[in-house]
Design a binder for this molecule. Structure first.
Ligand SMILES: C[S@@+](CC[C@H](N)C(=O)[O-])C[C@H]1O[C@@H](n2cnc3c(N)ncnc32)[C@H](O)[C@@H]1O
Length: 412
């Protein structure tokens, strides 16, 4: 820790605290403007500013404000694993004395929303859903996510051996048959298996969503909200590059990001299509033709707080209400694609029932031709040892994945 490095981290934090753009984009822009920063310095800045964003509410209470340098020092002292002695060379005597009190301060009397680092509106909704479990859930959400890979065209064992030969340690993930969880966050871009599309970075939870579709060889499959194609690539691999896999999205830039991944994956069955909106005429033309449709809906992302802690401060009751209306519209339109006997999977990475169960229940009430198929039985059919009831509800504290939700709907 040096005075210059603290100043740099505080400057990065000041940019992030505007909350006008996603934190990862703000931090990338910050680093682009400072090409001389070394790898270790970048890692220190990234870890500490993300740490502050995770703990923002409790740190604001302790430091009595939103001053970037104070928030940063308080996080480093309380959560960053630094002893007070380590600060001696980097801060003045006054700040050192202040840090002593900050390190010793307790939050026992603070309201639960402050202790759990949530805005009031979100705490209220999550507490109503998760009750006493919320504390454990948020503790897991406040830790960084592990780096998971999805393996294709090679056994997991062979991939783990190859990685070990390059000094990268990993283990098979507990639920997904294609998953590998790495130790640490090694860079993979130069790894030949990455360049050849044998490994892709993908959270184990995302892999399970693709698995719920049950996509098979020769089928017609649609990934309605494909984005940059994380799940598209998993679906294409399940289909062994046969049949037809449509990758729809309304965001041209995201579909463009799919192109290089598609090239690496060596899949030849994927057809990316840009939609004007969910009611694009392309959807009408393809109605009733699909065996599987995945709706990985745009959502609040509140199940991904391990990676995107800024979302809890950037979302609001208003933004969630807008999203739920969009989710219902997308699900209703995508449902037209399913053929009789076809399967529709609705998924989000949200923890809020209004984006999850409520959307599915309203859909089922107005679409009697669809039945809910219990997610637990679909997982069992796929050979996944993970007990679930009607819906897939993944929980970082219990499953080590992001907080995903999914419902499997079948058309009569
Ligand atoms: C959760 S993200 C998808 C992530 C992607 N499936 C993956 O695995 O990487 C949701 C996507 O829905 C797209 N989207 C938003 N509105 C849409 C609409 N009306 N129709 C189709 N896609 C839409 C967004 O552009 C975004 O890429």
């Amino acid at each position: 820790m040096t005075p210059a490095l603290l100043d740099t981290a505080a400057a990065a934090l000041a940019d992030l605290l505007a909350f006008t753009q996603p934190a990862d984009a703000v931090l990338s822009a910050f680093f682009r403007k400072r090409p001389k920063l070394g790898g270790r310095e970048r890692a220190f800045v990234a870890e500490s500013v993300y740490g502050v964003i995770r703990r923002l509410r409790s740190l604001e209470r302790l430091t009595e404000g939103r001053q970037p340098r104070r928030l940063l020092l308080a996080w480093l002292a309380r959560h960053g694993g630094h002893t007070l002695r380590e600060f001696e060379a980097a801060v003045g005597q006054g700040e050192l004395e202040w840090l002593k009190t900050i390190k010793a301060a307790r939050l026992d009397d603070a309201p639960a929303a402050v202790r759990l680092d949530l805005p009031d509106w979100l705490h209220e909704r999550l507490a109503a859903t998760y009750g006493e479990h919320l504390e454990t859930l948020m503790a897991a959400m406040n830790r960084p996510a592990a780096l998971d890979l999805r393996v294709a065209r090679m056994s997991r064992e062979a991939v783990l051996e190859n990685l070990a030969a390059d000094g990268i340690e990993g283990t098979p993930t507990p639920y997904s048959p294609w998953g590998v969880r790495l130790k640490g966050k090694p860079s993979l871009s130069k790894e030949p298996m990455y360049q050849d599309g044998v490994i892709e970075v993908q959270d184990e939870g995302s892999q399970l969503l693709a698995l719920l579709t049950g996509a098979k060889r020769g089928e017609m499959v649609c990934d309605f909200c494909a984005g940059a194609g994380g799940k598209t690539l998993a679906l294409g691999a399940m289909m062994k590059s046969t049949g037809r896999l449509y990758a729809f999205d309304v965001a041209e830039k995201r579909l463009a990001n799919l192109k290089p991944r598609l090239a690496r994956s060596q899949l030849s069955n994927v057809h990316p299509q840009l939609l004007a909106d969910e009611n694009d005429t392309k959807v009408k033309r393809l109605a009733g033709k699909f065996d599987r449709v995945l709706v990985d809906a745009p959502c609040s992302g509140l199940g991904t707080l391990r990676r995107n802690p800024d979302l809890k401060w950037r979302q609001s009751p208003e933004s969630v209400a807008e999203l739920t209306a969009k989710q219902a519209a997308i699900l209703a339109s995508a449902a037209r694609l399913a053929k009789p006997g076809g399967r529709l999977v609705y998924a989000t990475c949200s923890l809020l029932p209004e984006e999850n169960e409520a959307v599915v229940e309203a859909f089922l009430a107005s679409h009697p031709e669809f039945d809910l198929k219990p997610a637990g039985s679909v997982l069992a059919e796929q050979g996944v040892a993970l007990a679930m009831a009607d819906y897939l509800r993944l929980d970082p504290s219990a499953h080590g994945t992001d907080g995903f939700f999914a419902a499997v709907l079948e058309k009569r």
